[in-house]
Design a protein around this ligand. Sequence first.
Ligand code: C2O
Ligand code: CU
Length: 641
Amino acid sequence: MTTAALLLLQAVAAIAGAGLWLAAGFTAGSAADRRTRSERMTVLALAAGGTLALLAAAVLTALLAGRGWWFAGEKVTVGIPFQIVGLAAGAVGFVWWLRDIRMPLARALMLGGGYAMAAGVLATWLVGYPPQPTAAGVLLAAVLLATGLTWALLAHRGRRAVVGFAGLIAVLLVGGLGWSWLSDMAAPSIEATGGHGHDAATPGGEAAIPVTDLRTPDDAPGDVHAVALTAARHEVTLASGDTIEAWGFGGDGVAGPELRVTEGELVEVTLENRDIDDGVTLHWHGYDVPNGEDGVAGVTQDSVAPGDRFTYRFTADQPGTYWYHTHQAASEGVRRGLYGMLVVEPRNGVAESLDLALPVHRIGGEVVIGATDGPQSFEAAAGDTVRLRVANTEQTPIRVTIAGAPFRVAAIDGRDIEGGAEVEQRSVRLGAGARADLVFTMPATGVRFETDLSEASVVDIAPAGGTVAADLPREVTDVPELDLLAYGSGARPDIGPFTAEGELVLDRMPRFLGGAPTYAYTVNGEVFPHVAPIEVREGDVVKITVANRGFDVHPMHVHGHHVLVLSRDGVAATGAPLWLDTVDVRPGEVWELALVADNPGIWMDHCHDLAHAAQGMMMTLAYDGVTTPFEHAGAHGNRPE
Ligand code: C2O
Ligand code: CU
């Protein structure tokens, strides 16, 4: 059974247990003459059913612990103790009720037991992982007070007792909310504090370096490849005939201009904001630039306001497929079109004769591949080689395939994959933000690039004068996914022993976010900018473990670095070394990754489902001694998500 299914079943069993015991408490009448045989049987059945459900929940919790402590920690340390105490109280209450002694207290105990069991369920949702003692304490106090209130009502203890308990409950609620609100107001934690998560023996004490010093040097070598990009609102007429207002970086279509540069060049991009009121930046997704060129509003620069400019410079020394996008309120900006492709061609040119960069996006209800929606076609002669550089610029995973020819995955996330065999009738799954280079040799008949997002938006490639057979079956939704962890060959690079580590437990929990109560996306129980950073020093080899406790897919993206995949769900990666900048972590999955800290800075590390990022799922990878003068929110309205 998958871990996600176990998580769901455990929750259902624990909820059923609490619900049945509460029902038993409510059903147990107070007056002796109403305790008919059938009423006793009903209460007994409810209590027994509730107890069995809790036992099942405990067994499921044990199975979850086997999958990893991340999935069971708070259930074992908080949930089960609450359930045990609840069962004990409920059982005493039930026996007293049967024997007709201490009646109001008997029923209060049955109901209070139910409250404790319900709190045990809530622990998963409110206490989370790693378990937060304060939240557990608030839950315990709430159970005791609610039980007291129930007893005061059942025992007719009078207005004062009832009002007293109700008042204390109100105080507790306000206090709990206030505490949660205060933690949202606390100072952001995006810089390294020194020493955290580190082998204590490593010496510290470097002088502070602001991110503004971490720019490409003025005298960096290379022929300058200058580009100007203007962010502006514009109207786009889709192939469907609809005209939509898009935001873009120029060009007629939805995506911004494709930037194609050659290895060895010095890329200089001047960004101007014409009329995007919220501001824009340029982030080079997957391209490991110096930190000050990374384009994160509020972390590496201020957002560029209408009328303002910012120039980015970086050396084209990492051939491959990347993309660029705004990193200011990106969940809206990228969705509306503030993105484009960045291709760094190798010094000796691209080996394939046809080379297309294909960002896959959705806007105005249409799927846009490249600059436009609807079918598109290109020509290639039989025997020619073709490279399709596919980028998922969407928020959710996509599957893509090539129908009509065997293909090979030549690169993922801008890094070549060695020794990958040709495959046929396989789809390649790309998490949000990820890229794949698909390479094939043109057969004598037409070939079709398809995605699972749309039957209409496809890219056909056919020999001159030819077309793609109308009866080419749609494959992408039917064929199995290629497992990239077992694809290709090659020894794992020797990156040395680990000297630091980081753990990211992904979840969804109620939290205050920017002052508003939100059902937020959390990392280690916190939301940005309060998630403690992964702290490193230059030269560290960092082991990063990501566990997804939630029921959403989280494409985790780290800036400025690639991570080497070590394992997924305890199964080691066996194919070619897989270096990713975006790791698509499905519900219940655990990934172990290695990162070589060779690019000092304060780097965002976040979910690339940008709506999740905007709802808290962001943190930083922070090098000791690096500081930022830029602020989240504040006068520039920076929104790093
Ligand atoms: Cu593609 Cu932080 O983003
Ligand atoms: Cu996410």
